[in-house]
Design a protein around this ligand. Structure first.
Ligand SMILES: NC(=O)c1ccc[n+]([C@@H]2O[C@H](COP(=O)([O-])OP(=O)(O)OC[C@H]3O[C@@H](n4cnc5c(N)ncnc54)[C@H](OP(=O)(O)O)[C@@H]3O)[C@@H](O)[C@H]2O)c1
Length: 262
């Protein structure tokens, strides 16, 4: 295979990509990968300032546009879809990455924490896909399907070490929802897959590192390191490019072995 053919196999140039929660952490890393790959990349988060700043910084390497949105409600999902529809005719790749966590001892676990987690991680994922269905189908073709990439977690299949009950249940729900939607949307030329990250040093994990220390969090990870930006970008570009066009309904752990052989 020629170098150019290989580049085309993993290329995303010219695609329209949406990354939710793209203002920081895993979403920002993935968005940055798409921007550098030549995709017009939209990021969203609730904090408009942070979102604008991240988009401005990333746009140095290509095209990145910020749209603030709260994806914990159906109204927020529909609003984001309407604002995208005002700018684009289609969406080639949707990365549902926005997520949140709640940790509390079982006896006190708050209903508000449970709802907060499920509203963003599960309900938001579902209703954003629903809101963008027309635009995804507009991008779809049998040779080059539109792609939905949902960010799950190893917490969705490995029993977590912390009292994150709603979080692990929400990620298991995201995994199963993705498989269900993969079957439903295959005839429309839309693939639906999951990237299930292991421990990655975002704001979400830094709190745990501050409490327990990095060493104890690294101890159970077979490859002995945290997940890094390139690991996630590589997985996302694979699922979004020609290379990944035959993959649907898959849950791809990117976890240094933590959830799979740890
Ligand atoms: N870090 C890890 O070790 C790890 C491991 C496995 C899976 N994951 C998953 O990876 C994803 C990203 O996690 P992260 O660690 O990068 O988290 P993070 O640093 O806390 O980033 C979360 C992103 O989601 C946005 N967000 C949160 N609630 C939102 C809402 N209601 N509407 C729109 N955007 C919202 C945040 O921006 P605003 O706050 O401004 O809205 C931010 O951009 C999550 O789905 C998480 O479950 C993380």
């Amino acid at each position: 295979m020629q170098t150019q053919q290989l580049k085309d196999l993993y290329g995303v140039a010219g695609k329209v990509v949406v990354v939710t929660g793209g203002s920081r952490g895993i979403g920002r890393a993935i968005a940055q990968g798409f921007v550098q790959g030549g995709a017009r990349t939209y990021i969203c988060a609730r904090d408009e300032q942070a979102c604008l700043q991240a988009a401005q910084e990333m746009a140095v390497g290509g095209e990145c546009v910020a749209i603030a949105a709260d994806l914990s409600t159906i109204e927020g999902c529909r609003d984001l879809a309407a604002r995208l529809a005002a700018k684009e005719t289609h969406v080639d790749v949707l990365v549902n990455n926005a997520g949140t966590i709640w940790t509390q001892p079982l006896a006190e676990y708050a209903e508000s924490g449970w709802s907060k987690v499920f509203d963003v991680n599960v309900k938001g994922t579902f209703f954003l896909i629903q809101s963008l269905l027309k635009m995804l189908k507009s991008a779809a073709s049998p040779q080059d399907p539109a792609r939905v990439i949902n960010i799950g977690s190893i917490g969705g299949f490995r029993v977590p070490d912390h009292e994150t009950y709603a979080y692990s249940a929400s990620k298991a729900a995201v995994h199963q929802l993705s498989k269900h939607l993969a079957r439903q949307l295959a005839p429309d030329g839309v693939t639906v897959n999951v990237i299930a990250p292991g421990r990655y040093r975002s704001e979400m994990l830094e709190k745990a590192i501050a409490l327990q220390g990095a060493e104890s969090l690294l101890a159970p990870i077979p490859l002995g390191r945290f997940v890094e930006d390139d690991d996630l970008v590589g997985a996302a570009l694979f699922l979004a490019s020609k290379a990944g066009s035959a993959v649907t309904g898959a849950i791809l752990p990117v976890d240094c072995g933590h959830g799979t052989v740890g």
